[in-house]
Design a protein. Structure first.
Length: 256
């Protein structure tokens, strides 16, 4: 048997296409791990490790690199049309849900530990590189048209306990994180448990956000973050002046 014939035999006996596995109907003759490859078999790009009773829908995605690992049952993962997912996603638990909206670009790592939690990213949001940790009965919600730079962390928990020595009670309680539409988060930011950032805001580079900011059109900066400027919006371009159409198209598209 030639090398090419051996390769074809190996692939046909060890891997399935994503439709067979993603639709929750694994063939009893194949392993739990699925390898999705490009047209060139020598360059695998995306792995899915799945178990029974989980649902994965990535059929409409434009580009997939990295891996999805599901350890548990009744978890749901959905990628919208046109998504570029160059990321590692791992779920350790049951009944969790991940939703990535249309035309998003996601790079980095997403880790969910626990049960019945949600990570929701709205349409047309982009991430240079992000680490999301969703744990301890909390959720992460990110709106539409957001822009996250590189080396950003989003964490619903500190992962360890800070304890009051008089009461012996934990004081760093985990909380969900909510980020509105059209929020720009600069390089190196940490969005900690309980962070709430309103729509049409900016978070300056290396800021540490650990509070609620209900006011829109502000700049947050510092450690811990505070409002340093009001009455602003932002655009991905670099022009000296913008029309209302250029600045607020995301609002009109949301209404439509």
């Amino acid at each position: 048997m030639s090398l090419i014939e051996k390769l074809k035999f190996f692939i046909s006996n060890n891997f399935v296409n994503k439709k067979e596995k993603i639709n929750g109907e694994p063939n009893s003759d194949v392993s739990e791990e699925t390898l999705l490859v490009n047209s060139n078999v020598k360059k695998p790009s995306f792995f899915i490790t799945n178990k029974d009773s989980n649902f994965i829908d990535v059929e409409s995605s434009e580009s997939l690199r990295g891996k999805v690992e599901l350890e548990g049952s009744n978890n749901r993962v959905f990628f919208g049309c046109g998504v570029k997912f160059h990321c590692d996603l791992k779920i350790q638990g049951n009944g969790n849900e991940v939703f990535i909206g249309e035309d998003c670009v996601i790079r980095g790592r997403i880790l969910i530990k626990g049960n019945n939690q949600k990570v929701h990213v709205g349409h047309k949001s982009t991430f240079g590189s992000v680490y999301m940790l969703c744990q301890e009965n909390s959720n992460i919600t990110i709106g539409n048209w957001c822009m996250f730079s590189r080396d950003v962390e989003i964490r619903t928990t500190d992962a360890h306990s800070v304890v009051d020595i008089e009461t012996n009670k934990r004081i760093n309680i985990p909380k969900s994180i909510s980020i509105g539409d059209h929020v720009w988060v600069g390089v190196g930011c940490l969005l900690s448990k309980g962070s709430v950032i309103s729509s049409d805001s900016i978070v300056g580079a290396y800021a540490f956000v650990n509070g609620e900011f209900p006011e829109s059109n502000v700049v947050l900066a510092g450690t811990p973050a505070s409002v340093v400027k009001k009455g602003v919006t932002w655009n991905r371009g670099r022009k000296s002046k913008y029309s209302d159409e250029e600045l607020y198209h995301w609002k009109r598209e949301k209404q439509d």
